[in-house]
Design a binder for this molecule. Sequence first.
Ligand code: S3P
Length: 427
Amino acid sequence: MEKHLKPILALNGTITVPGDKSISHRAVMFGSIADGQTTINGFLTGEDCLSTISCFKKLGVHIQQDGEKVTVEGKGLAGLNPSSEDLYVGNSGTTIRLMLGILANTPFTSTLTGDDSIAKRPMNRVTQPLMQMGALIDGNDSGNKVPLQIQGGRTKGIQYTSPIASAQVKSAIILAGLEGEGITSVKEPVKSRDHTERMLEAFGVKVENDGLTVSVEGGQKLTGTHIEVPGDISSAAFFIVAGAIVPNSEITLKKVGLNPTRTGILDVLEAMGADVSYENVNHDASEPYGDLLIKTSSLKGTTIKGDLIPRLIDEIPIIALAATQAEGQTIIQDAHELRVKETDRIKTVVNELKKMGADIEATEDGMIINGKTPLHGASVQSYGDHRIGMMLSIASCIAEGETTLTNSEAIAVSYPTFFEQLKTLAN
Ligand code: S3P
């Protein structure tokens, strides 16, 4: 689909961004392997999370989805049945990697596939440790690429030191360890998002957290529960930056998830001088949340690296756009993981923002942006990557002239109401 986007003079008003993608996936997955019913409120109806529902339905779980409300009739891990069809994960890395962890303990063979983007993404970061635990996995490129076949069984706990900070890797191993023999632990180089740890506790599982190491004992059962999904800060990020860079703007975003492993973008924008304030913050919820108020701001460049990177990895495309509107230089480094996201986001961000007039250069593990530069309309594309599509749509708000965005349908992966909400704020 092609969108013709015009500049916007101001963004004003209040919106509630859709539910958090990471939390929505986990609520369906953990509900499916729990004993008893799980109810979910605020579920993200984006394509990625619908892929998770579709896969668990194929494994015999009864799931009823009515918009943002979902009911999962958990049957316990032992209650999952083999699927007669392939488990198709669409564009979703979280679905495939976490599901591999769950399927490591099911005594049958499953075949997992996905779209063209998933076909390029590395799976050995998960399949290698799962094979060490005893799962039998085969696939393209020695089990690194889909289609993947996994034959589960009773796994053995491992003490795994992950070379990368990845919540998908950590979660897959911990999920495999839950049914495995003995203790499973994962040590990360830098702490990644901790939704799995928090949610497992809500399902009655004991999880040990010791600095950068997370451990579980095998043989623990999950018990169905209720999950409230806060708004996705990774979706809110597009409007946080839009509020800061579009002139005469004042935006309120209601009930945005504020889990500290996800709020790196707020720290960066504060360092850049953005006018962001908080209201109605609830720190006591299992997943903290609050309202965010953003006003047009004068931004300055900054350096983003090290431990901060996993706390804002999905927000780097939109942070790069903010940096084009900041005075001075912004340096993003230690973000090599961007190369293996839905697209190579170093390449796609730099290519497309350059077309709009940005002064931006790729480095091996990040980018360097010099600001502030006026942007102009251009013919750009999402490359099928939802976050690239949304970043370019926000760029078009401040660009001179019309921007044509191709493959805009990719945005429905995580934010099906994105253009409606943009329109609400633009009126
Ligand atoms: C996610 C973890 C991150 C993130 C992805 C969602 C999750 O990926 O980029 O969008 O829900 O666990 P990595 O684990 O590869 O860092």
